[in-house]
Design a protein around this ligand. Structure first.
Ligand code: 1YM
Length: 644
């Protein structure tokens, strides 16, 4: 009797289920944002999130992420294993329910903190909907149980026992292959996955996460990230190539009504701040109450201490938030059972109660640190005072750049502006060197394309305060050309071009300049990057000629696949030339390959690119050639013909 009933339930619910998953396949963007390479990687985090939830609940200690040879992904954990009993509402096993019913995770999951940012536990079913196939294996009660889905969540093999395991072994293993009909690309990037895996390990102290690339024959063991010190070690990692102002990392934490808050910080001698905040492991790009609470307390505590100890005199103005954060590296992490994300990109924490928790935890601990470490306190405050002085000098210099307008003759000598004054169709190419600048000028569409050649290397804004940066000729030219102003006077609506295209050679010097430019944009023009106006041109590395056909390709991979696509007799006769720098292309060639909107390839620069540029920077600048070469080979995209 009962068996009958379950069967009926199963049939009716399975229809609803497939309708749900079909909706995900119809509009994947609604669930995972995009179907480009970013969306492809997003799938991994949806599965890993479930393992992390299990770790936050206290049951899982090891997670493994493997890129398999066929670009499928395996995620393993040693948690309790997804429940395999029949779920009363659906009549099918809970694990099948979790993988086929949208919202199942949210409804049935009992974890303390749910980390999955936008999806709130529907992640597993979304991954299933967007996969060619998925296999879930659960280790529990001495048995191994497996279920397999195919083609967007259709059950292929119901949950069934496939063997025995030792009775103390528990956990979940999931392997999925993203559906190539959904995604623009199916190739996983090891570095992208590794960076996030490492971050997750920092944010969840004690949790070991291993990542391995089985496409790479030499990588048999992978890399394991485990940090007993949690976010303190994250701060040390970010500061590894910087000079700290104090040895110990300040690490403070507190909890109230189930909300856990922690912060780690260390000042260094640089002039910028690196403050990253997270809620339930998700980066809150736009800050929010947790960040506001800490910043408010930081400014207040430093001012109070400075007055009490007569470092700031009565006549002195209070230090501002910008002054006290100069040279500060800080990680803020909040674990909240019910986070409210606000803003257009949901990158801001809105829960108001967190502000006071953050303020009080931070203020109390930081005040104690200053009192117990008077020498360090002095150093930190003196730096803030220098920052304030520079801020005031920069204000004057900025007022001066605001007054410079486009009629300055000196400026016109550098910029070849476009004829159009309509920003929505205008582009500016920032080009390395005069010779490439010359070809670009000849090859451009002068109606919509402006050319700004850079003479020297631009100043590294990582190593200079704003007042000094504003004295640099190349930087001044860029500021004037863009039209937005800078700092207090910045106004995105005044941007004179829709696309700012960085055009540098595919060699070490080129990537160096690109990194400098990215750093400049990140530090001084972040809203321009965030609004998606900054691009890198991608000059091709090879030209293939056969018959009357000329074809350019970006890299060796593309070369190989293009050659493969040719009939054998054509392939054997094809002439392949390796392209030299931008300066060596004639204007037609430069136009065709890099500038013409119909044939060129641009890469949109994201804030994440700028953040990694920041890290790449230190290494590029170092004196040691070997680590530098190794680093560039491994990390700097678009660097193909190395000549160091
Ligand atoms: C490689 C992916 O999904 N691990 C995982 C998921 C769950 C549990 C354990 C789990 C949760 C709970 C109880 C609970 C999930 N369970 C569910 C649901 N790894 C991976 N590990 N027992 C086990 O939250 O109460 C959803 S996810 F809904 F079935 F409880």
């Amino acid at each position: 009797m009962q068996e009958e009933k379950i069967k009926t339930n199963y049939d009716s619910s399975s229809i609803q289920v497939l309708e749900g998953l079909e909706a995900v396949r119809k509009r994947p963007g609604m669930y995972i944002g995009t179907t480009d390479v970013k969306g492809l990687h997003h799938l991994v985090w949806e599965i890993v999130d479930n393992s992390i939830d299990e770790a936050l609940a206290g049951y899982c200690h090891n997670i493994e992420v493997i890129i398999n040879k066929d670009n499928s992904i395996t995620v393993k954990d040693d948690g309790r294993g997804i429940p395999i009993d029949i779920h009363p509402k659906t009549g099918i096993s809970t694990v099948e329910t979790v993988y086929t019913v949208l919202h199942a995770g949210g409804k049935f999951g009992g974890g303390v903190y749910k980390v999955s940012g936008g999806l709130h536990g529907v992640g597993a079913s979304v991954v299933n909907a967007l996969s060619k196939w998925v296999e879930v294996t659960v280790y529990k009660n001495g048995k191994i149980n497996k279920v397999r889905f195919e083609d967007g969540g259709h059950i292929k093999e119901h949950l069934h026992e496939v063997g025995d395991c030792s009775s103390d072994r528990t956990g979940t293993t999931v392997t999925f292959k993203p559906d190539p009909d959904i995604f623009d690309t199916d190739i996983y990037d090891y570095e992208t996955l590794k960076t996030r895996v490492r971050e997750l390990a920092f944010l969840n102290r004690g949790l070991a996460i291993t990542i391995r690339d089985d496409r790479d024959l030499e990588d048999t063991t992978g890399e394991t990230f485990m940090y007993e010190g949690g976010i303190s070690e994250y701060v040390r990692f970010i500061n590894q190539n910087k000079t700290p102002l104090h040895e110990d990392i300040i690490h403070l934490s507190g909890e109230k009504n189930g909300v856990f808050f922690e912060v780690a910080m260390q000042y260094n001698t640089s002039y910028n701040s690196n403050i990253y905040s997270f809620v339930n492991n998700i980066n809150t790009h736009d800050g929010g109450t947790h960040e506001d609470g800490v910043k408010r307390a930081l400014t207040r505590v430093i001012n109070n201490y400075s007055r009490k100890n007569n470092i700031l005199k009565e006549k002195d103005e209070n230090l501002k938030e910008d002054d006290v954060r100069e040279g500060l590296t800080m990680i803020i992490s909040c674990k909240h059972p019910n986070p409210q994300f606000e803003g257009q990109t949901k990158g801001r924490l809105g829960n108001s109660e967190v502000k006071n928790l953050a303020d009080s935890v931070f203020a109390e601990g930081f005040e104690r640190f200053l009192m117990e470490n008077p020498d360090e306190a002095r150093t930190i405050i003196n730096k803030a005072i220098l920052a304030r002085n520079a801020r005031m000098a920069a204000k004057k210099a900025r007022e001066a750049t605001r007054k410079t307008d486009l009629t300055t003759t000196n400026f016109f000598g550098k910029l070849s502006d476009c004829k159009s004054k309509d920003p929505s169709i205008s582009e500016i190419f920032i080009v390395e060197g005069d010779s490439a600048g010359g070809s670009a000028k000849k090859g451009r569409d002068s109606m919509t394309q402006a050319i700004l050649p850079l003479r020297g290397k631009i100043l590294n804004v990582e190593k200079a305060r704003l007042d000094k940066a504003l004295g640099n000729e190349e930087i001044k030219t860029i500021i004037t050309a863009l039209g937005t102003g800078i700092g207090d006077y910045f106004d995105l609506s005044k941007l004179r071009y829709d696309k700012i295209i960085i055009m540098t050679d595919a060699d070490v010097d080129g990537s160096h300049i690109r990194v400098l430019l990215l750093t400049l944009f990140y530090r001084f023009f972040k809203p321009i990057v965030e609004a998606g106006h900054v691009y890198a041109a991608q000059p091709p590395l090879f030209r293939i000629m056969h018959g009357k056909t000329r074809k350019y390709v970006l890299n060796e991979e593309e070369l190989e696949s293009y050659l493969k696509s040719l009939p054998e007799n054509v392939r054997n006769k094809a002439e392949i030339a390796r392209m030299k720098g931008l300066g060596e292309m004639d204007d037609d060639e430069l136009n065709e390959t890099t500038m013409d909107i119909n044939t060129r390839v641009l890469r949109k620069i994201t804030v994440d690119d700028c953040v990694s540029a920041d890290a790449i920077f230190e290494k590029l600048m170092g004196d040691d050639v070997d680590p530098r070469r190794k680093f560039i080979e491994e990390n700097a995209w678009n660097v193909q013909n190395l000549d160091i």
